[in-house]
Design a protein around this ligand. Sequence first.
Ligand code: GLU
Length: 313
Amino acid sequence: MDYQPLLEEVLKDVSAYRGQGSVAGYIPTLARADPNKLGIALALEDGSAFAAGDGEETFSIQSISYVFSLALALHHQKSALWNHVGREPAGSPVNSIFQLEMEKGKPRNPLTSAGAIVVCDQLIGADTADEAVEEMLGFLRERSSDESVAIDEGLAMSESQAGAFNRSLAYFISAFGNMQNPVAEVLSLYYRQCSIAMSCRQLARAALYLAFDGTDPVSGDAVTVASRARRINALMLTCGHYDNSGDFAFRVGLPGKSAVSGGILAIIPGTGAVCVWSPGLNAAGTSLVGVMALERLVERTGWSLFGHGRSLG
Ligand code: GLU
């Protein structure tokens, strides 16, 4: 298959919807995002990579970072991580404090805000947030084969200034005894990981190992064991899109993670990884045109995990 024209056709298919959805408004940097941006990139087993539209432009990875911090925390804590965070879909908004209270400070899964905060705490472990940030950046630079991956420090500052909700979640978790480090230390990792700037091309490349049982097919690096890669994919499929994960599975049928900046990273097991970016969000907080683009891609390629039917009915 010729992938470059495929990606361009996918963007053309959805271009009439460009600009739709609402851009996240809780901090100025995100509120200023151009809703007409639309990019896509695909990374494959043989090292080939394709990008179209704004697929080379960087944006803050926001909660796509949760996938990578989860992989690193599991590497350090192994299955003990599951004493601190669950693995069931939330079925409630990403930052639900109500659910956290009902479940006594143990977040439903690692891909909610509360869950990601707990993962950050576990990733820091006995180290400092600065060391964990360096580990995360080093990991993403190595996995994307790009040393230029960096944090947008100004954005991290705004995230922190607007972060009353996340602070509330973190103190709540701490009050239930599920946090070993000081809240400020944990959130300083959380805001910086959300503020890492990457392009669709870099993200697709960085996630490639998840499509190949934990081994980067290009470098040959054994990044993680096969069972862990499989489980991270399972969590992305069931929990990766706020309370919109069922709809994403229905329409796209791939493990994925959506972020408030409009990025969506998806894994195509055994084939590759794809990332789309379009800042306008649907009511649940997932990129509206981004999901449409992935839906078209899967329709054209038959890549859904749930069957290869190629027409939408
Ligand atoms: N920085 C965001 C937060 O407020 C990340 C949210 C997201 O992408 O869902 O937690």
